[in-house]
Write a protein that binds this ligand. Structure first.
Ligand code: GAP
Length: 454
């Protein structure tokens, strides 16, 4: 069963240090959140799993880390200046502003029917570069990470000698001035995306669209999301983004409903076609804006036909924050332990757990026990398995409860037997089964190496 309510997740996230409202001490900032000590680990682990599966495990994808500040021309030719907007209506009575497609003729705030006609509202954040505030210095915070992949296409091809099909992957922040940010970190104004632009020969796009749909669903299952909580939604033609020929949404059963977690779009030759120099030399399928400002042809040599082609693009694009929310939703369990006892446990996959191992002293004011805890922690860190935490509360029951709640797969307890008997041994407790057994300290590195490789 998935978490019952969003409130339970929000409460756990604040209590245990996963996610906080931004500027909390000043009453918060709507649609902006900060990741706390454990949230940063969980988010990094999710991004690492994505990067590993895209860039390291495959042989046809390169990485990129481009700037957030975006030259205005990029978003002019990408179509975002003209089309990246929502139709909005203003309530003349209470001055509230709402998405036209989210209301039915009545202000959701005050109930008035005195509304303006729908008007487009651009979702991009503007900023200025340099000391002078002028139209020439206008820049944007990127609304998607994808555009720099298109504008750097030629540099990546030239520096890596890639041939089709191949992809460029990027993870980073994106910004959208969402009118109604809501549902915790689901719809926010500052968020992270992990995007792959996979370039293919024209005509091979539909085949690759299917391949990526299957690959991405499988990946989400490997991160622990159950297939029954995932859905593939085919976007109707009328609802497609301005650049897309077709799009699948991978949806997840969030506490507030079945909603989009990742989009997998067929962008055809829309983006490279818009940004390329010499558009008339190519047989572009997408309807593009005339571009006399680009200095570079964004094409690649096809050896079979001995010609230059503008590739088509398949784009799996996941929201990292939505990914974190889905993982928390899936992993959150309340277990009845019998005799009136219960526990909250976060059953995260071990590669995603924020803390991999907690080392716990049975008595925190015993110098010998503390020294042994420090020594064990330092030795385990060398394994490179991730965060190993020294739990310094000195209350074993509370420590287990805390680590169940944050999803720590293993707790190691150092007790009097450890320091008094030879060979030295510790207790290892498993998060899911709560079973405990003793392992010799000398065997710990191999034990953990095996456990985290499984
Ligand atoms: N480059 C394609 C693109 O940006 P999108 O469907 O607008 O497509 C892709 O966004 C993913 O980014 C979404 O599936 C979602 O997970 C995430 N995303 C989009 N807007 C978001 C927001 N306001 N807050 C959190 N995540 C968002």
């Amino acid at each position: 069963m998935v978490a019952k309510t969003m409130d339970q997740l929000v409460s756990l996230c604040k209590r245990r240090g996963f996610i906080f409202q931004n500027a909390d001490i000043y009453g918060g900032m709507q649609g902006v959140y900060d990741y706390g000590p454990l949230g940063v680990e969980l988010k990094n682990n999710l991004k690492q799993a994505w990067w590993r599966s895209m860039v390291y495990e495959r042989d046809d994808i390169e990485g990129l880390d481009a700037a957030i500040l975006t030259n205005r021309k990029v978003l002019k030719y990408s179509g975002h200046e003209d089309t990246f907007s929502d139709p909005m209506v203003d309530c003349k009575k209470c001055k509230g502003r709402f998405r036209a497609d989210h209301i039915d003729g009545k202000c959701p705030n005050c109930g008035s029917t005195d509304l303006t006609e729908p008007r487009p509202f651009n979702l991009m954040f503007k900023t200025m570069t340099g000391p002078v505030e002028s139209a020439d210095n206008l820049a944007y915070l990127r609304p998607e990470t994808a555009q720099a992949i298109f504008t750097q296409f030629k540099n990546v091809v030239d520096s890596t000698s890639r041939k089709l099909p191949f992809g460029i992957a990027q993870i980073g922040k994106s910004f959208r001035n969402e009118i109604t940010p809501r549902n915790f970190i689901f719809r926010v104004r500052e968020f992270e995306q992990a995007e792959l632009e996979f370039f293919v020969m024209p005509g091979e796009d539909e085949k690759w669209h299917e391949i990526w749909k299957e690959a991405r669903i499988k990946w989400w299952e490997e991160q622990g999301l159950k297939r029954e909580n995932l859905n593939i939604y085919t976007t109707p033609k009328d609802d497609l983004a301005h650049y897309a020929k077709a799009c699948y949404d991978i949806e997840y059963q969030f506490p507030h409903g079945m909603e989009e977690l990742e989009g997998i779009a067929n962008r055809r030759d829309y983006d490279l076609g818009n940004h390329t120099k010499g558009q008339e030399e190519f047989k572009l399928e997408a309807h593009v804006h005339e571009n006399k400002e680009s200095t570079t042809k964004l094409c690649i040599r096809d050896d079979d036909s001995n010609s230059w082609v503008v590739p088509y693009v398949i784009e799996p694009s996941m929201g990292v924050d939505r990914g974190v929310l889905a993982l928390l939703t899936e992993a959150y369990k309340e277990e009845d332990l019998g005799e009136g006892n219960s526990r909250i446990v976060l059953k995260l996959k071990k590669h995603l757990a924020p803390i991999k191992v907690a080392v716990i002293p049975l008595k925190k004011n015993n110098e010998q026990i503390m020294a042994k805890c420090h020594e064990i922690k330092q030795n385990l860190l060398k394994l490179g398995i991730g965060r190993v935490a020294l739990e310094n509360t000195g209350n074993i029951g509370k420590a287990y409860r805390r680590h169940d709640e944050v999803g720590t797969p293993l707790c190691i307890t150092v007790d009097f037997e450890t320091i008094e008997q030879q060979p030295e041994s510790v207790t290892i407790r498993d998060r899911d089964t709560m079973e405990q057994h003793r392992v010799n300290v000398a065997d710990l590195p191999n034990y953990l190496r095996d456990y985290f490789a499984r």
